[in-house]
Design a protein around this ligand. Structure first.
Ligand SMILES: [Zn+2]
Length: 212
């Protein structure tokens, strides 16, 4: 769907608020972007995703240079541009420090146990990228390399998560599903232990999905 710049800003404002309100992007952390015909609309540096207005969304080019707007773009702008430059199929990116998902990043673990059929359908594994200082070219490059391999989501060691999709709505829903997975996983571990589906069960659900 082609949005006007105003429509794209409204889209960013709507889904950014949902991210904050669902406790996936606390305080002033997190950033959201959307590809447009003019460049990349991205949230400004240091803003709370719940309290933004359209002036807190700026337009940058693929080198991260400001094209329009009066605010400083998110310090993670090069992570966003790097993904867009490498993946034509990605139009929207969310980066956040969702506490539940980030717990995996801090524990130094990728997410891979297929404990739920919907997870088994979507992912073999959500990879973990080693720690790089936030906002650096090294981090952007490592994320770009991970997306080059076909991943649409990556965990960042001791930092957070970044996810790309065709639309912001789909990016939000996928992130929300991962957060729900993590909540379920933690709950199961508290009760006893999370028991994953076996290989046959994973193959069965994937086969069913392919037939549809
Ligand atoms: Zn971050």
């Amino acid at each position: 769907m082609e949005f006007s710049e105003q429509g794209s800003k409204n889209d960013i404002l709507y889904w950014s608020k949902r991210l904050y309100q669902k406790e996936m992007s606390p305080s002033t952390s997190g950033n959201v972007s959307l590809k447009t015909s003019e460049g990349i609309l991205i949230t400004a540096s240091g803003v709370c995703l719940n309290d933004m207005n359209e002036d807190d969304i700026v337009l940058i080019d693929y080198n991260g240079n400001l094209k329009s707007g009066n605010k400083k773009p998110s310090s993670e702008k090069i992570m966003h541009t790097e993904i867009y430059m490498r993946r034509d199929d990605i139009n929207a990116i969310i980066h956040c420090h969702c506490p539940l998902i980030t717990a995996f990043c801090v524990a130094g673990k990728s997410i891979k146990a297929p404990i739920l059929p919907d997870f088994a359908l979507m992912y073999d594994e959500i990879p973990l990228i080693p720690y790089f200082c936030p906002s650096t070219i090294q981090l952007a490059d490592a994320v770009g390399n991970c997306f080059d391999l076909g991943n649409n989501v990556a965990l960042l060691q001791n930092h957070g998560v970044v996810l790309g999709a065709d639309t912001l709505q789909n990016a939000f829903y996928q992130l929300e599903s991962i957060r729900a997975y993590v909540q379920t996983y933690f709950g199961a571990e508290v009760i006893s232990c999370a028991k994953p589906l076996n290989k046959k069960q994973v193959a069965e659900i994937r086969q069913l999905y392919i037939k549809k």
